[in-house]
Design a protein around this ligand. Structure first.
Ligand SMILES: Nc1ncnc2c1ncn2[C@@H]1O[C@H](COP(=O)(O)OP(=O)(O)OP(=O)(O)O)[C@@H](O)[C@H]1O
Ligand SMILES: [Mg+2]
Length: 463
């Protein structure tokens, strides 16, 4: 916002003398390369995202498969122990074994060695409910008493077969190899006399883990092959999709630029027809009327002719103004900064201080130039008609792919209500400008404080 009038600043622009004539698009081969690079980039991103998804899915599937294979293998160990308990151990049990009769122990031992021990069972124990080992193939354990742990107690109560990793440090396991993980599986059995006992087998856990690994390793190649095939099928699809999208976008841009060129050509044609036809015709009429007014003998007729001549000259003036709107000559021929200075001329003529600063790093696209020009024209017209300002600042900067234009005045400003009521009366200059900016991919901002001033700003991407 302005506090006081500003001195006229020298423009600091580096504009081409004829931006409309200068080519702004990149050469075709450069565009092709850029297109190719961005399609490759998009497909690469897609492929990498796909590979990451494949890796995540593989790891997740493998973890799930491994876990379910392990629990499957533990299940198998449980089933094996349950069937040995029912089919071999229980029929061979005797109450004499519980009492520690050596003959009963020896005959039971023969059955165990013959039908139970071996792959995968490496140790057998039979416990009483109060924790005494009545039999083990490791004879040094027979007669030992250990506290019954919760799992075994629960198995005694519910009769289910349970499994857990063996605690090798426990005293009852002192005869087991300490570097091999063992899975203990236990299942309640009953002697012919009705004494409840716990039959326990030990199986190497690593053999269970390796059998589970064998199960999931069987799935691994098929899984990986499937996922990689999926990825390979997707890549050409993604490639053609990206190419199609890119072609469509290029086509849209081409059509848009064609439409803009066509509309600009059409404006030029109308301007030239207006200039060569109606404007010339009316100018001639104005001269004729003025000459007739001078020669008319009747003063009433002379005055009427003079009025007509003046009205016709005014119409010609207005038409010339329209010609400028349709085909602003300074923008086309000298560039944006001189065109902005021309726009500010009427304000300067009314002693309004106008400071213009332009910092343009690279030549602007003609469409952007035209949008900037039209924004500036409407903002300055508004200042002239409504603001009663004494100072105006026009600032145009274009760098890093964005152009920003700000026009600030220190005039009377307005309230949103005032603007709304003017809008209802059909005064839509700023609204049209807002739509124009949006159509051109930009954004228009209008801020005003009554008694302080108004700022109109435009922000637009420069191709
Ligand atoms: N710089 C300004 N200073 C003070 N008031 C302004 C300024 N710019 C706009 N206004 C207020 O906002 C209203 C809306 O402006 P807008 O340009 O939309 O319409 P208009 O200028 O009245 O008519 P037109 O449709 O011819 O542009 C104006 O009527 C005026 O009251
Ligand atoms: Mg207006």
């Amino acid at each position: 916002m302005l506090a006081k009038p500003h001195p006229h600043r020298a423009p600091a622009s580096r504009e081409a003398s004829n931006p409309a004539a200068a080519g702004t698009g990149p050469p075709a081969h450069r565009q092709n390369t850029r297109e190719h690079v961005s399609v490759t980039g998009a497909v690469m991103k897609f492929a990498l995202a796909g590979l990451a998804a494949v890796a995540i899915i593989s790891v997740a599937v493998l973890l799930v498969a491994r876990r379910s294979a392990t629990s499957e293998a533990i299940n198998d160990a449980r089933k094996l122990t349950a069937s040995i308990a029912a089919g071999v151990v229980e029929p061979a049990l005797s109450d004499a074994l519980v009492e520690g009769d050596p003959a009963a122990v020896a005959s039971f031992d023969a059955v165990v060695r013959d039908r139970v021990l071996g792959n995968p069972v490496v140790r057998v124990k039979i416990w009483t409910a109060d924790g005494r080992i009545v039999y083990s193939d490791e004879s040094r354990l027979i007669g030992d008493v250990y506290p019954i742990d919760d799992d075994k107690l629960a198995a005694f109560q519910d009769g289910k077969t349970r499994a857990s990793l063996s605690e090798l440090a426990a005293h009852e396991n002192r005869f087991e190899p300490q570097n091999t993980r063992l899975l203990e599986v236990y299942r309640p059995v009953v002697t012919p006399g009705g004494t409840p006992l716990m039959f326990e087998t030990y199986q190497p856990f690593d053999s269970i883990a390796s059998s589970s690994r064998a199960i999931w390793l069987r799935f691994l190649p098929a899984l990986l092959a499937g996922l990689v095939a999926l990825e390979l099928v997707h890549i050409p699809l993604a490639w053609s999709l990206a190419r199609r999208l890119q072609r469509r976008q290029a086509e849209r841009e081409r059509l848009l630029s064609h439409a803009l060129d066509a509309s600009s050509a059409e404006r030029k044609r109308i301007a030239s027809e207006l200039h060569d036809g109606a404007v010339q015709e009316l100018s001639g009429q104005a001269l004729t009327l003025a000459a007739l007014a001078r020669t008319a003998s009747d003063p009433t007729i002379a005055a009427a002719l003079d009025d007509s001549a003046r009205a016709t000259r005014r119409t010609v003036q207005e038409l010339r103004g329209m010609l400028l709107d349709l085909h602003p000559p300074t923008l086309q021929c000298s560039g944006l900064t001189p065109a902005l200075r021309d726009l500010a001329a009427p304000l300067l003529a009314h002693d309004v201080e106008v400071a213009i600063a332009t910092r343009i790093e690279a030549e602007l696209d003609p469409r952007v130039q035209s949008l900037i020009f039209r924004t500036c024209r409407e903002a300055l017209r508004n200042i002239e008609r409504h603001a009663a300002a004494t100072g105006v600042e026009i600032d145009l900067a274009a760098a890093g792919g964005t152009a920003t234009l700000t026009i600030s005045d220190n005039g009377r400003g307005f309230t949103p209500q005032a603007r709304a009521s003017r809008r209802e009366e059909g005064h839509v200059g700023l609204d049209l400008l807002t739509s124009l900016a949006e159509e051109g991919g930009g954004r228009l901002g209008v801020t005003s404080t009554p008694g302080i001033g108004t700022t109109v700003s435009l922000r637009v991407a420069t191709p």
